[in-house]
Structure formats: structure tokens, C-alpha cells
Design a protein around this ligand. Sequence first.
Ligand SMILES: [Zn+2]
Length: 102
Amino acid sequence: MFTTVTYPSPTADQHVLLRRRIREALAAELLPLGMTGSATRPGSERPCFICDQLVLSIDLEREVSIGQRDRRLVTVHEPCYLLWRVESMVLARVKARLPSAQ
Ligand SMILES: [Zn+2]
């Protein structure tokens, strides 16, 4: 059986679940809005902070510092990180349009 190595991409259903999870985490302030310091590198086989799946050594991971008072580093998959960024931008735009919602 011939197999090709492809960059893992979540199925449509997983994608929706992941976005919902990220949105909930942003709303609960478990994940910060806006840009945070991050570094990209090969996966370290640690669990992803967003999806709980291991970031395998064949994947790319982002190490992101989160938290205001207790600053700490979390590991996320590159695709999870990108979704996080997208959802952050969406939420920031919603907040900008509704200044009284804060
Ligand atoms: Zn992930």
C-alpha cells in the first residue's frame, strides 16, 4: 500500500469543534486575545494546549507564553495556533463593533 505523508489537517467536523473550543477558551480568558510571543519548532511530543492531542515530532509546534500574572509557556500545534489567531481577530472585530458590550 502506497502512503504519502501529508500535513495533518482536521476534518470539517473536527475543525468546527476546534473553533468552538478556541472561542470558549477565549471567552473564558484561558487563551489570550491579541499577539503573544511565540516560537515555532518541531513537535516535542507534548500535548497541545488547545486540542489535547500530542504534538508529534513530525508536526510543527508553537510554544506560546500566556497569562498576565502567572506567565507560562504552553505548546500548541501550528494549525491550532493559526485557528486561535483567526478566532482572536474575529472576536476583536466583534468587540470593536460593539463598544458597549464590554
Ligand atoms: Zn492542537
